[in-house]
Unconditional design. Structure first.
Length: 146
């Protein structure tokens, strides 16, 4: 299976709305009202959610917390189904112009596994942000303050 197959499966089940696929670039609505963009680069075996957390200044407390959270996702203490196995994937975050992108580089895993794992990672990041940075989630994504 390919990245597109995995995402198309989510779209057909109604998890992703307005799904679009063009040459390894995927757009859709998921979890909020803002469009999300996922890029698959087969030549570097890299899958990246672009600008998934907007308006997060580089080296800010929030930026540091996101990075620490991502590092914790590879911990051997986490259940295997919620863990990013560092033998299979390299999980990373980039912050360019206060736009945080989160991605996976494949080491040994398949592109389908990477797509499924990165969807889980983004879901977990949003749960963490909702728990720890509720005002940010309200301002950027319209989350309820209650």
């Amino acid at each position: 299976m390919t990245v597109e197959d995995v995402l198309q499966g989510y779209a057909s089940r109604g998890l992703l709305r307005n799904f679009q696929a063009v040459s390894g670039d995927f757009g859709f609505l998921w979890m909020n009202h803002k469009p999300m963009r996922l890029q698959w680069k087969p030549q570097t075996r890299t899958l990246v959610f672009r600008d998934v957390a907007p308006n997060v200044p580089s080296r800010s407390p929030m930026d540091r917390e996101i990075r620490a959270f991502l590092s914790g996702l590879a911990s051997a203490d986490r259940p295997p189904h919620r863990r990013v196995d560092p033998a299979q994937f390299e999980l990373f975050a980039e912050n360019r112009k206060s736009q945080v992108s989160i991605g996976l580089r494949l080491k040994d895993g398949s592109e389908a596994e990477a797509a499924e794992k990165l969807m889980l990672v983004i879901h977990e990041v949003f749960l963490m942000l909702h728990d720890r940075w509720l005002e940010y989630m309200h301002e950027e994504f319209g989350a309820s303050l209650e």
